[in-house]
Design a protein around this ligand. Sequence first.
Ligand code: SF4
Length: 265
Amino acid sequence: MNPQKRIAIYGKGGIGKSSTASNVAAACADEGYNVMIIGCDPKSDSSITLLGGKRIPTILDLLREGMEIEKEEDVVFEGYKAVKCVEVGGPEPGIGCAGRGIIVAIQKLKKISQSMKEMDLIIYDVPGDIVCGGFVAPIRKGLVNEAYVLTSGEYMPLYAANNICKGLSRINTKLSGVICNSRSVSREEEIVSKFANEIGSDLVAFIPKEQIVQDCERDGYSVLEKAGDTDIAEVYRTLARNIMASDCAVDPRALTDERLRELTR
Ligand code: SF4
């Protein structure tokens, strides 16, 4: 049996982490893997497209309401092709730190969840594009053993991706690859591919910007479920296979800001 993969997808807020994470989860489930997705975003949108548009309660919300979470079914919900969906939640505006909350919630989850141990793949969809408590919580707790960074070819998402690489090296965590979620900027694939190579990694997928992704999301489904015969579904399938097959990770070497600007010029 292959060792369990526990990956986190990092990247600037709004760059498409949740949609990438949920489509990869669906693609791996299609291939017969046991998959769990753990969303760590206050909007709890990592799992919604695996659950036909249904929003599940977050662990932190339930804890705040004073609920005793004792069994897995309280917080783990089965979605598309039996993907186990968990939403950790986030802090209320102005109160506390998401990093601390994530640790509390995941410790709780570990205690009650038997199926966590049985998964082939656990995907952490982590918030934040800076090196902060939220960013490092799953790694510090030994919950993640591979990191991916998601970006487009624009300067700001690349800047965030580069910062994430700095953070990963500081905490001795390896990077398994760079994923480009296209915004249709010019020379995008070339820019992100160069970025990936210069930090010592690879571009593992180029996800084109396609309206169908938003359409499926709006209807509450992953592309794999709703539009499985499209080219973009095939892109997610290839990414999912690459992730499951990957055994190469590097210590990323972040670029200087000057070089980053040159790349995107
Ligand atoms: S440390 Fe990070 S996770 Fe915590 S509140 Fe600040 S930005 Fe959010």
